[in-house]
Design a protein around this ligand. Structure first.
Ligand code: NAD
Ligand code: UDP
Length: 337
């Protein structure tokens, strides 16, 4: 089938393009390159020997999207495009609401005009808000701690309402846990602009000497070693979840929600030590105060995705650490030479 991937030059999008092309799909990417480089798609081509068609296009640009939908017979959309930095979303909420929500509304409008009614959407475990009901199941109540989280919740609601209004829409909401790792070729990976917010890119940049020291945000949480616990998932496993979701869309009625996680929680210190062991390196770190807004523990119950999509994570924490480091080591400046 022909799949339109919004945000397809980004971190998760580029890995998903690899798997889509390898599975024989035609891939059309739109991205405004606000947080990515077109070079990721050259690397995707190096890996797969196949080319995705790229349009520099904003999801706020209705006319631009109409041109793309006119030029290709799109069967389904995987919708990654969005702004994703929690802290930044607190500082510039209107930009986040406009980009993520208005952008999604415009995309849906164009999809409707062209009769394309299948979508897989990137949601996040952040929609579970603060709860101690672990592991997290898809039926738990949702809430948001930030404008970013609000945009995910609101888009989930919009997509659900759309499916209720018209049963020819089929939409899957994938709630990602913590994506890390990179393609095993070392050719594509996470390419944060400026100082990374997330733990794994911070660790790899300390390992490479680009950053001096990791700050571990809090060692007084009620966890086994006092540091926060998350469900880290290899980005290639995550990408595979999108293909499984896509395969099931035809048979699906309305909206479905799936957690994509491993079901296993690692503490910050677990991850630091796993990285050191996997790569035979030392990470310079210090304990720092808690980061405002962080939850203590967050890990998935991923049994619904296993049962209904036949999906489960295959890669372990050693793969995550090795692949993240290979990408960073081979590409110290991301996609820039
Ligand atoms: P990313 O920033 O690497 O990719 C997002 C892409 O969307 C970027 O290439 C960016 O240029 C593009 N984009 C942003 N606004 C756009 C617009 N208006 N029009 C066109 N393109 C636009 O991020 P990622 O980590 O690959 O995340 C992909 C999706 O998954 C996002 O929706 C994100 O919120 C969601 N998600 C990410 C994580 C994570 O930790 N990485 C966790 C949960 C959910
Ligand atoms: N973390 C940390 N130092 C950093 C970045 C993150 O100690 O420089 C911790 C953070 O407090 C959390 C975990 O690592 O417990 C994962 O954080 P990340 O930002 O990667 O993901 P999220 O908070 O969105 O789950």
């Amino acid at each position: 089938m022909t799949v339109l991937v919004t945000g397809g030059t980004g971190y998760i999008g580029s890995h998903t393009c690899v798997l889509l092309l390898e599975a024989g799909h035609d891939v059309v990417v739109i991205d405004n390159l606000s947080n990515s480089s077109e070079k990721s798609l050259e690397r995707v081509e190096e890996i797969t020997g196949k080319k995705a068609t790229f349009y520099k296009c904003d999801i706020l640009d209705t006319e631009g999207m109409r041109k793309v939908f006119s030029a290709h017979k799109i069967d389904a959309v995987i919708h990654f495009a969005g702004l994703k930095a929690v802290g930044e979303s607190v500082a510039i909420p209107l930009k986040y609401y406009d980009n993520n929500i208005t952008g999604t509304l415009r995309l849906l409008e164009v999809m409707g005009e062209f009769g394309v009614k299948k979508m897989v959407f990137s949601s996040s475990a952040t929609v579970y808000g603060v709860t101690d009901k672990m592991p997290l199941t898809e039926d738990l109540p949702t809430s948001a701690n930030s404008p970013y989280g609000q945009t995910k919740l609101m888009i989930e609601q919009i997509l659900t309402d759309l499916c209720v209004s018209d049963d020819s829409w089929k939409i899957t909401l994938l709630r990602y846990f913590n994506p890390v790792g990179a393609h095993e070729s070392g050719k594509i990976g996470e390419n944060p602009r400026g100082i990374p917010n997330n733990l794994m890119p911070y660790i790899t940049q300390v390992a490479s000497g680009k950053l001096a020291q990791l700050s571990i945000f809090g060692d007084d949480y009620p966890t086994k070693d006092g540091t926060g616990v998350r469900d880290y998932i290899h980005v290639v496993d995550l990408a595979d979840g999108h293909l499984k979701a896509l395969d099931k869309l035809d048979a699906q009625k309305g909206v479905e929600i799936y957690n994509l996680g491993t079901g296993v929680g690692y503490s910050v210190l677990d991850l630091v030590h796993a990285f050191e062991e996997a790569n035979d390196l030392k990470i310079n770190y210090k304990i720092a105060p808690r980061r405002p807004g962080d939850v203590t523990v967050c890990y998935a119950d991923a049994t619904k995705a296993a049962r209904e999509l036949g999906w489960s994570a295959k890669k372990n924490v050693v793969d995550m650490c090795r692949d993240s480091w290979r990408w960073q080591k081979n590409n110290p400046n991301g996609y820039e030479a």
